[in-house]
Design a protein around this ligand. Structure first.
Ligand code: 5GP
Length: 234
């Protein structure tokens, strides 16, 4: 499968058409951005690492019954995916207080939540992906009831499966962001699942092994991504 016309370039990925109108090639870049792209940089080999990690995680989720856009990994940086229409909602699932939740509610990072928290954010960088609820989603027609039902069900399932999976690798899944897309009348998981989109802490030392190292200038960013890949592939 070859890359034809580029149809999109985002902060971390590019999308290309292929000869099959239902399939795209998703290319993972090393570019890193944070705080709605006001902070920019490069994480060496991030694209290669996130491509492999996403392959592994999408494969695992498919096995567990979560439909995804993943078809196959083509090479170091390219993945063949189904062409979806992205639902403009970023779903955040949280198991432990960190980042946005800590800021929003004035809570210390690290508080273990009694149950997972699912949040919808309207996907619009210039508004800083504002927090919305299911009434906004329905009233504005952002997604149908049926789509929202599927999004919720899959998001909790992804959390259950990935919590178990990362735990077996000595990692705590603190929180993560998912994006869904419409494909042939159904909602499926799209985008990527990687240390760019998940907070992962070492189970014993609580060391951060994710994009927060870049956001907070903590150093050893590439090493942290490599460490997650090493453990996931073990
Ligand atoms: P927070 O709302 O605390 O900033 O983010 C919660 C989780 O979702 C974190 O794991 C974070 O990496 C992920 N996340 C939220 N929004 C974005 C986004 O726009 N881009 C990326 N890469 N991850 C996000």
């Amino acid at each position: 499968m070859e890359k034809l016309k580029q149809i999109y370039e985002g902060k971390a990925k590019k999308l290309f058409e292929t000869e099959d109108p239902d399939l795209l090639i998703q290319e993972f870049k090393d570019d890193a951005t944070a705080f709605d792209a006001t902070k920019r940089g490069t994480i060496m080999n991030k694209g290669v690492i996130n491509n492999k990690l996403s392959e592994k995680i999408f494969g695992l989720l498919e096995e567990k019954g979560v439909p995804t856009h993943f078809v196959k990994r083509l090479n170091d940086r390219d993945m063949l995916v189904k062409k979806v229409k992205i639902v403009p909602i970023e779903v955040t699932m949280r198991n432990i207080v960190a980042g946005g939740m800590s800021k929003l509610l004035g809570l210390d990072e690290g508080i273990i939540l009694k149950e997972p928290v699912l949040e919808y954010h309207f996907k619009e960088d210039k508004l800083h992906d504002p927090l919305i609820n299911e009434y906004h989603v329905r009233a504005l027609g952002i997604a149908t009831d049926k789509e929202l039902e599927a999004i919720d069900k899959y998001s909790f399932k992804v959390n259950d499966e990935l919590k178990k999976f990362f735990d077996s690798k000595g990692l705590i899944l603190v929180d993560f962001k998912l994006e869904f897309g419409r494909y042939k009348g159904k909602v499926i998981l799209a985008d990527e699942v990687s240390p760019d989109t998940c907070r992962l802490w070492d189970k014993t030392t609580k060391e951060k092994l994710d994009k927060d190292r870049f956001r907070r200038d903590m150093g050893n960013v590439e090493e942290a991504y490599q460490e997650v890949l090493r453990r996931v592939m073990e």
